[in-house]
Design a protein around this ligand. Structure first.
Ligand code: DON
Length: 585
């Protein structure tokens, strides 16, 4: 029997605060850690799971210890998060899984993004006056796409796992049926969303006490209907969700409120295994999610542009460093608005967007001293000489690494916190509101302020464009050195970018790179988002260069990462949000 050491590190937001104050004092001298903050990575010799919720991390580590590989552990973690982190963990949403197979030295991308129901149409979220009805797009039964999570996790498990589906889903069934202790994070999060969630009788029944009271930390939380749904999935596989009782309950929910998802839509849901987008940046290479996520394409595009400067000669998070980061972000998000969409419906010029030639042309027009106005930046592939085939906030990430070197980097979501807020009566799970990730009307921003056009217009069976960016990074010899990803809607891509820049250009360890204060720019709105820890000196200089600063700092993302330092795995669960944990064995 293998000796099991499961140990957990809970990293709280207080650590970040301590770190941030230390950092503010360091104005432009680069990043350093406050030794009193006790912020440290978790080490492992065998395998590791890092996720936003400690029980789910432990479930994954126990699967590794029981002989499962990284995919088995990821599937078990994914199902467990659907029980213990209901705001983002899910079976009613969708996502993307990047898998690295050590024996084949191969990375593959599993797309289990939601699909629009067959009856969805371009103007479905417009009022008679032609305005976008954002309430309908975000919080109505129409906001839900056909869920992909169950099909995606089962696809991964059956094709690349080693255990059985029954073994990997069992911990989640037990957690739902036998309950678990409510954490301060779950209690706070449900309380803060009460006004929205209580409006749906099924959601109110599942997530609040019978007398309407709140679950408090330490209470036990049971989800028997969810347990029964998970048990049907365990027994019948995809048919336990997309057909039979569960499918019937989803369709009942739709019919009682005029929703579009039908039994045929559910039965036609398909997982797509895609080639990841991969590229080189300085001495490293990386693979990330291809369309219908915009993450991998724009991550590579921004890295390619940044390669044209020796970033490390600027102090970390100094105005000079941040200015270049902002200008490459500005261009990438302009391109995103025009060129990106579901590749099964529109031609996405991935090769051009991630070409070094395009990046060097774009870098050449960046002014190192002055901010450009976003109004003057346009999607710019036309500057390439080639013929182009161009027409036309709650998610969760987890990373898993096993003792053989197999890796999973997975981001999945209901879209906004608790998705549409609509729980399927009798089935115990929440439906996503991913339809808002489509461009409801050209030029009108979605919940993340992102705009888009024809490439991301609504159509039956189409997948809405995403920003989720599960990523795996390799050293110069092709050995994996990092698995990372984050929630944060539109900010996900720039967060992953900063993780890579911090580790590659500024030689930070994974925990230090995670804690370092972040910025974000997305072309429109023409605003710089920044965290508290960015020094006021840097911010003043950026303003004097012409950058428009957001009034107040905001927290950006929650990465869950594992790195390999040549001898050990190091896990870092982002201190920005409560409840995350690295579980190692
Ligand atoms: O796919 C996307 O890009 C969004 N639905 C992700 C949403 C998200 O990250 C919310 N998290 N804070």
């Amino acid at each position: 029997m293998r000796h099991l050491f499961v140990f957990l590190t809970l990293i709280t937001i207080q650590f970040l605060s301590a770190l941030v104050s230390a950092n503010t004092a360091s104005a432009n001298k680069g990043f350093y850690l406050d030794p009193n903050a006790k912020f440290h990575p978790v080490f492992a010799n065998h395998g590791m799971v890092v996720s936003q919720e400690k029980i789910a991390s432990k479930v994954g580590a126990a699967i590794l210890a029981a002989g499962g590989n990284a995919v088995d552990a990821a599937v078990a973690t994914g199902f467990a998060l659907a029980v213990t982190l209901p705001r983002a963990g899910n079976i009613g949403g969708g996502g993307f899984m990047l898998v690295y197979l050590a024996d084949k030295k191969k990375t593959l991308a599993i797309d289990y993004r939601e699909m629009a129901p067959a009856a969805a149409y371009k103007n479905m979220f417009l009022t008679v006056d032609g305005e976008v009805d954002s309430n309908k797009a975000r919080y109505s039964v129409h906001s839900a796409g056909v869920p992909g999570t169950v099909a995606g996790l089962i696809y991964a498990q059956q094709k690349y796992g080693r255990l059985t589906l029954a073994e990997t889903i069992k911990p989640a069934i037990n957690l739902a049926r036998h309950g678990f202790e409510v954490s301060p994070d779950l209690s706070d999060s449900l309380r803060s969303r009460y006004d929205r969630l209580r409006k749906q009788p099924s959601t109110k029944k599942y997530f609040y006490k019978a007398d309407g009271g709140f679950y408090m930390p330490g209470d036990r939380f049971y989800q028997s209907d969810l347990g029964a749904t998970l048990a049907r999935i365990g027994a019948y596989g995809v048919d336990g969700f997309y057909k039979g009782t569960t499918a019937g309950l989803i369709v009942n929910q739709m019919q009682s409120t005029g929703g579009l998802i039908t039994l045929e839509d559910l039965a036609s849901y398909r997982v797509v295994e895609r080639e990841p987008v991969c590229g080189k940046y300085r001495s490293i290479s990386l693979c990330a999610m291809p369309p219908p996520s915009s993450g991998g394409v724009h991550l590579l595009q921004m890295l390619n542009m940044l390669e044209n400067w020796e970033l490390s000669k600027f102090p970390h998070n100094s105005a000079a460093h941040l200015h270049l980061m902002i200008e490459v972000m500005r261009q990438a998000y302009a391109d995103r608005s025009l060129y990106l969409g579901d590749p099964d419906f529109v031609p996405v010029p991935t090769i051009e967007l991630i070409s070094k030639q395009y990046a060097s042309k774009l870098s050449a027009i960046i002014d190192s001293q002055n901010a450009r106005s976003s109004a003057a930046i346009l999607p710019s592939l036309h500057i390439l000489d080639a013929n182009l085939p161009v027409e036309s906030s709650e998610t969760t990430h987890f990373s898993v690494w096993d003792s053989e070197g197999n890796i999973v980097s997975n981001t999945y979501t209901l879209n906004l916190s608790y998705g549409s807020g609509i729980a399927v009566e009798g089935a115990g799970f929440l439906l996503n509101n991913e339809m808002d990730d489509f461009a409801s009307k050209p030029g009108v921003p979605n919940a993340y302020g992102l705009i888009g056009g024809a490439a991301n217009a609504i159509e039956g069976f189409k997948r809405p464009l995403s920003s989720m960016t599960p990523t795996i990074v390799f050293d110069s010899e092709g050995m994996p050195i990092l698995a990372t990803g984050s929630p944060g809607g539109s900010t996900i891509i720039t967060i992953v970018l900063q993780m890579i820049i911090n580790m590659v250009d500024y030689k930070m360890g994974v925990a230090e790179a995670t804690a370092a204060p972040r910025i974000h720019h997305q072309w429109l709105p023409d605003r710089l988002f920044y965290e508290t820890g960015i020094s006021s000196d840097s911010l003043k200089l950026l303003e004097s260069m012409g950058h428009n600063l957001q009034d107040k700092p905001r927290v950006l993302g929650a990465t869950q990462s594992i790195s390999w330092d040549g001898g050990r795995l190091q896990g870092a669960s982002d201190p920005r949000r409560h409840g995350g944990a690295a579980a190692a064995y």
